[in-house]
Design a protein around this ligand. Structure first.
Ligand SMILES: CC(C)(COP(=O)(O)OP(=O)(O)OC[C@H]1O[C@@H](n2cnc3c(N)ncnc32)[C@H](O)[C@@H]1OP(=O)(O)O)[C@@H](O)C(=O)NCCC(=O)NCCS
Length: 231
């Protein structure tokens, strides 16, 4: 009986702590250097930049992340939606954003320079997975942005999402940092880790949404060289 009560108290304390502090949230930031991609002129007729009219006209809308109404709001706010189509069916979805991007899950804002594009919410419906749909869509989106003068595409992936990490590595993305966010009442604590594992920065913010943490280890080669010479 005493043990049961102990477990109950421990569970309640854990729930209170979760409410106040929240679980740590981690995302792996990866980038693809667009000018380095080999030329591949045929983006493919099945690759498509979607308009609001099309989203309204589709009999069903299933991009895995948003409802039709949310997707229309995002298009209205300037985000771009791409699909890969096969025999008239949408077999893969993905979004691109530029400028200021709010990443609510990490309580972070990305203020991107003009030549960087943020790709997100990639989704292949389960029946089309492992047929290279996501690979082909992201490659096509990357080429699309390369032709428009962008130099880098970035993504943020949950480290527990192995298929997504493998997919992005296959496309050519490289990890440049990992951000872990912990929420305390009135405070946000961020740990940014370089992929080498030896470099780490910590920031604590009171009631502000940081805008430049997404690029902490952007110039990682230079930073790493500087760090190695000072230890
Ligand atoms: C992640 C996701 C988009 C991959 O889509 P997909 O169309 O199945 O991926 P592809 O078929 O293009 O895979 C390309 C490569 O990625 C890797 N890969 C993708 N899924 C994999 C899996 N489940 N297991 C192992 N490798 C995988 C493989 O290297 C694969 O190449 P291969 O098939 O020649 O071995 C899909 O699983 C999905 O929609 N998941 C849910 C949403 C999600 O997690 N989105 C990512 C958000 S960052």
């Amino acid at each position: 009986m005493g043990r049961v009560r102990e477990l109950g108290i421990a569970g309640s304390l854990a729930r209170i702590k979760d409410k106040l502090v929240g679980q740590p949230r981690t995302l792996v930031f990866m980038r693809l250097t667009l000018p380095r991609m080999e030329d591949h002129s045929s983006v493919g007729a099945d690759f498509h930049l979607v308009t609001s009219q099309e989203v309204m006209g589709w009999s069903a809308y299933d991009d895995g992340y948003f409802t039709r109404e949310q997707a229309l709001c995002r298009l209205e706010s300037g985000c771009q939606l791409y699909v890969l189509q096969r025999q008239g069916r949408n077999v893969c979805f993905g979004w691109a954003e530029r400028g200021t991007v709010d990443m609510r899950w990490l309580n972070l804002r990305l203020c991107l320079p003009d030549d960087v594009v943020y790709l997100s919410c990639l989704y292949t419906p389960p029946q089309f997975r492992r047929q290279s749909c996501a690979f082909r869509l992201w490659r096509a989106v990357a080429h699309h942005w390369k032709e428009r003068g962008a130099t880098c595409a970035i993504v943020a992936v949950n480290p527990q999402n192995a298929p997504s990490l493998w997919l992005h590595e296959r496309v050519g993305f490289k990890t440049y940092q990992t951000i872990t966010y912990r929420r305390w009442p009135g405070l946000g604590c961020y740990t940014i880790q370089h992929p080498c594992g030896r470099l780490r920065r910590r920031y604590t913010m009171a009631c502000t949404v940081p805008t430049d943490l997404w690029s902490t280890f952007w110039s990682s080669v230079i930073l790493e060289a500087a760090w190695l010479t000072t230890v």
